[in-house]
Write a protein that binds this ligand. Structure first.
Ligand SMILES: [Ca+2]
Ligand SMILES: [Ca+2]
Length: 396
């Protein structure tokens, strides 16, 4: 039936029906605000195109993302650009450029030794000569080198233009990346982020903006400097002990780097305790935990004490493991008044616990049922389709 043929009464009835389908039997979704969970396009449509490019963001918006997510780092001349790593070798073709060969070096980033080419050694004009590449060898490679590295400002402009064009509000979800590293280089990120939001008219509570960081100090600093948007404390871990399902910790994702620098040896797990959540509530509005803090996985351990290749594909990965019972984290965070946006949801079967049967939709639905307030996803379309399925389910 075409909407144009409906009478007003029929439209009202449809609206009522839509409202009902979006509501849990209790009358409210289990999210903190009772609204449907947000679909946050992690680094754009990064499952399909080289991440954090204007093209990847535009694709995510076309696919229907509520928010586009970006990592902010600095160029040598102090411009914020969108890249996950200061090491440009990871996500650009810099290694193939003879003109920059002499800038290759080995340094420490957040305590991790890395060899490559670093954004703080390149001006924006130089970075604009590079092409973005896929960061995952098992994802499409045919777009490598075709798209440029955008500035943060260019992505803000894209979100605004697309909001106008589509009539939807496209939000942004910027992260201060390696903020201590850049501050130590005399290239701090925070004031520039605030200035960009100010200029965009987006430095306010109601703006479609979430500002995120793994480093509490970065979020606290921005609050002290007048940041008014919603803020998110990210909570990382390194891996999972397949025998116990316990989170493991290793440099550089064991703790916020500012803690390491200050001699504080606690790991990220202190943030997910009720006391840790209460502390976060003093400076942030929500948490962005690795999803394994909510549902971890366990493998099958063989007589030799090693994980078994259950699906016999010659590799040991998440597909050989099963999901454990969920933790209390979503409930505890909500009790503390914090929303919960776990990361990162991906379609590849090697990244899905076996109980999801190779279908990413099943993983989203499991997390939506637990009341998460949003999901970071590399595959916006799958997250949205699963949200639709789940919303219909809640209307039963
Ligand atoms: Ca990020
Ligand atoms: Ca396997």
């Amino acid at each position: 039936m075409k909407p144009t043929t409906l009478t007003l009464g029929a439209i009202a009835a449809l609206c009522l029906s839509a409202c009902t389908t979006a509501t849990a039997p209790s009358g409210k979704l289990a999210t903190l605000d009772g609204q449907q969970p947000l679909v946050i396009a992690h680094r754009g449509a990064s499952g399909y195109l080289p991440e954090e490019t204007l093209e990847a963001y535009a694709r995510a918006i076309e696919l229907g993302a509520d928010y586009i997510e970006m990592d902010l780092i600095s160029t040598k001349d102090g411009v914020l650009i969108t890249r996950h790593d200061p090491n440009l070798a990871i996500s650009t073709d810099v290694a193939t450029r003879p003109e920059f060969a002499s800038r290759k070096k080995t340094i420490q980033v957040d305590g991790e030794t890395q060899t490559g080419w670093f954004s703080n050694d390149f001006t924006l004009e130089e970075i604009k000569r590079l092409g973005a590449i896929s960061t995952d060898a098992e994802r499409p490679q045919q777009f490598n080198g075709r798209y440029k590295v955008p500035t943060f400002q260019e992505v803000v402009d894209l979100a605004k233009a697309k909001s106008k064009e589509t009539g939807r509000t496209i939000g942004i979800y910027p992260e201060t990346k390696n903020p201590t590293y850049f501050r130590d280089l005399g290239l701090p990120l925070e004031d520039k982020l605030i200035a960009t939001l100010d200029a965009a008219g987006w430095n306010n509570r109601g703006a479609p903006v979430f500002v995120q960081s793994f480093e509490p100090g970065s979020l606290k600093y921005m609050k002290s400097k007048g940041l008014k948007t919603k803020t998110v404390q990210l909570i990382d871990g390194d891996g999972i002990d397949m025998k116990t399902g316990a989170m493991t910790y290793a440099v550089p994702v064991d703790r916020p780097y500012e803690w390491t620098k200050a001699g504080d040896r606690r790991n990220f797990d202190v943030m997910v305790t009720p006391a840790g959540l209460a502390e976060i509530k003093t400076y942030a509005d929500g948490i962005g935990p690795w999803k394994r803090y909510i549902v971890t996985i366990k493998g099958t351990i063989g007589p030799d004490g090693k994980p078994v290749d259950v699906n016999r594909d010659g590799k040991i990965n998440d597909a050989d493991a099963t999901s454990a019972a969920p933790t209390q984290l979503v409930e505890d965070a909500h009790k503390a008044g914090l929303f919960v946006h776990p990361f990162t949801f991906r379609n590849e079967s090697r990244r899905l616990a076996s109980d999801y049967k190779g279908d990413g939709a099943n993983e989203y639905i499991a997390f939506y049922r637990l009341g998460v307030d949003g999901v970071f996803t590399d595959f916006t379309d799958t997250a949205l389709a699963a949200r639709g399925t789940w919303l219909r389910e809640t209307g039963k």
